[in-house]
Ligand binder design. Structure first.
Ligand SMILES: Nc1ncnc2c1ncn2[C@@H]1O[C@H](COP(=O)(O)OP(=O)(O)OP(=O)(O)O)[C@@H](O)[C@H]1O
Length: 584
């Protein structure tokens, strides 16, 4: 708990100026509570005992002045402390996002996207609520409680001890309840993570849900998780609602003691009535900040659950990082060598003793039965994963000896997912080369055979990908991705070809765009189109993680090889598409 709290507080460091302003103002606000309770005694004495008419007129004016000053101080305090809280939360969210987006692919494989979204939104909101409430009350309520306690002890320390004997008795149940609140909060956030994951999965997979008529099933699953969330929240509500009545009941014992013993002292003449009123005023006033502080403790407990989850995510270690002394690779010639590479995601070996060399500007096609390891092999080049054994070299240098940033700058990737972001088409292409001029963007789009259709869009290159009504075809999206890769102009290209059936015209356009993209680059094609494979310098046939055949299209066809069988299969059933990677 303590490290979590300290860690949260460390995010406030840059905003110490705002904290200082709020501390000073809260001293004014809190101190005035004490002053107010203290002044009850002389004022009452003068009014009732001395019949002082002067002070009688001064009191209302004084009260207005006091509350004016208090109001200004409180406004400044609240604004400064809440701004500091918001800024700290903003920094936490930025830090978390920056660290998560840099995580390894392995991390993304084992973590549901919805779960991550939940941490970024629900958990951070919970933290924000905690920080907001605590920081806005902590200074003020502490100073207010201390100044009022000062008045109480000053007026009558014996009576003060009687009344405060009960305070420690409230600590134990408060702590117990706080712990329960924290556990319930953590559990409810876990369930909320699952709920967000379900939302993410089902909204993005809505096509399948509709096609299989799974709506009812999905809704019942959602209802069940939502009910579980309610159960967790119900526990949480119960404990939170219990906190106040428990402490108030214990405190009432103290109040009863004060009335009894204080009243006796006034009657026996050991204390004046105005002193007693001042004591009672301070006593009544002090319970408000004390109760608030106790409430803050519960909020802290609740936020601590969320903060722990946020920090756990922040502490996830990356394995794909720069080695000490890693150098910038510069611009490579694009010669890629796999030297006795083995790889596994877990216990199961996926690639075994794979050796191959792609000379600069050559084209290597990876084919073979589904699950043979083609995509895995390609994903090792940009270090999405590190090899388990052996090494991958670019221009003779182990890719683990160069910086990750310089390595990825050597590689352009065009895959089946055709990922476009909710920005303008120009900006989507510009991701290939941040800061590229519009002329460069247009040139890349022309080479990708995308310029024509982009120009016909309502806002041309400024058309937003997320605009309502913008319906880009699969082939058009692919050509935008190809333009992006063209603009990157990297010496190595990884092409995970789309299997999605494009119509013939669209396929031809995409093929022409790809032909342009492949010029003067070392290209690894995970091939699904026969036309691409025909031009490959080397075809690598992967089966169960082993290279079983390699050679040119003609060489491989000459033998009664796996490749020739895959090839024959395609020709015998053109309706399945030109897909030599299909299961043999
Ligand atoms: N992220 C992952 N985590 C664990 N196992 C994986 C992961 N990705 C792939 N695999 C497994 O690795 C093996 C090789 O998969 P890979 O996708 O590389 O094959 P592929 O030849 O590209 O197949 P396809 O032609 O169907 O795309 C498969 O058994 C697959 O289940």
């Amino acid at each position: 708990m303590k490290p979590t709290l300290l860690r949260t507080l460390s995010f406030f460091k840059p905003y110490w100026g705002l904290l200082l302003i709020s501390a000073l103002c809260s001293a004014v606000v809190g101190g005035m509570d004490g002053a107010f309770a203290y002044l009850v005694e002389p004022v009452l004495k003068k009014i009732f005992a001395g019949k002082d008419t002067g002070i009688f007129l001064l009191v209302p004016v004084g009260i207005i002045a006091l509350f004016l000053v208090r109001g200004v101080a409180r406004f400044t305090y609240d604004t400064a402390i809440k701004l500091a809280g918001q800024k700290a939360i903003q920094d936490i969210r930025n830090t978390l996002y920056a660290s998560t987006i840099r995580q390894d692919m392995a991390f993304y494989n084992r973590t549901a996207t919805g779960e991550l979204m939940s941490r970024m939104t629900n958990d951070i909101s919970q933290m924000q609520e905690g920080i907001g409430q605590v920081v806005s009350g902590l200074f003020r309520d502490t100073i207010s409680a201390v100044s009022l306690l000062g008045v109480i002890f000053y007026r009558n320390w014996e009576l003060a001890i009687i009344s405060f004997v009960v305070i420690p008795a409230t600590a134990y149940p408060a702590q117990l309840i706080g712990k329960k609140i924290k556990n319930a909060s953590s559990r409810s956030l876990n369930v909320m993570g699952g709920l967000t994951a379900t939302l993410q999965e089902t909204f993005s997979g809505v096509k399948v849900i509709k096609a299989f008529g799974l709506e009812n099933q999905i809704v019942s699953r959602f209802r069940a998780t939502n009910l579980e969330y309610f159960h967790q929240i119900r526990r949480f509500i119960k404990y939170e609602s219990l906190a106040m009545p428990v402490s108030e009941s214990i405190i009432s014992l103290g109040v009863a003691g004060v009335i009894y013993f204080g009243g006796s002292q006034v009657m026996s003449g050991h204390m004046t009535a105005s002193e007693f009123f001042s004591f009672i005023a301070a006593m009544v006033m002090v319970f408000t900040p004390i109760k608030k502080l106790q409430g803050s403790y519960n909020v802290v407990q609740r936020s601590a659950g969320a903060a722990e989850r946020v920090f756990n995510l922040l502490d996830e270690r990356r394995t794909i990082v720069d080695r000490p002394g890693a150098a910038d690779i510069g611009r490579s010639s694009g010669r890629v060598e796999f030297r006795n590479v083995s790889f596994s995601y877990g216990a199961e070996p996926i690639l075994q003793d794979v050796s191959l060399t792609a000379e600069s500007n050559r084209m290597i096609a990876l084919v073979g039965p589904s699950g043979g390891g083609k995509s895995t092999l390609a994903s090792l080049i940009p270090r999405f994963y590190d090899v388990s054994e052996g090494a991958i070299l670019i221009d003779g240098r182990d890719i683990r000896d160069v910086t990750v940033a310089s390595l990825v700058s050597q590689i352009a990737l065009v895959d089946q997912e055709t990922t476009l972001f909710n920005e303008s088409i120009a900006d989507n292409i510009r991701y290939g080369k941040p800061g590229a001029s519009l002329e460069e963007v247009v040139e890349a789009a022309r080479a990708a055979f995308a310029h024509e259709f982009i120009e016909q869009l309502p806002d041309g290159y400024d058309t937003n990908i997320g605009d309502r009504g913008l319906r880009l075809s699969g082939g058009q999206r692919q050509r935008i991705c190809i333009a992006r890769a063209l603009l990157k102009n990297a010496p190595v290209l990884i092409l995970d070809e789309a299997t999605s059936a494009l119509d013939t015209e669209s396929e031809q356009m995409v093929q022409k765009a790809l032909d342009n993209l492949m010029v003067n680059r070392t290209t690894f094609v995970i091939a699904h189109r026969l036309s691409t494979i025909l031009h490959a310098d080397t075809i690598i046939v992967l089966e169960k993680g082993h290279i079983v055949e390699r050679g040119s299209h003609e060489d491989l066809l000459k033998n009664s090889s796996l490749y020739s069988r895959l090839h024959a299969l395609q020709f015998s059933d053109r309706t399945t598409g030109d897909d030599p990677s299909a299961e043999s």
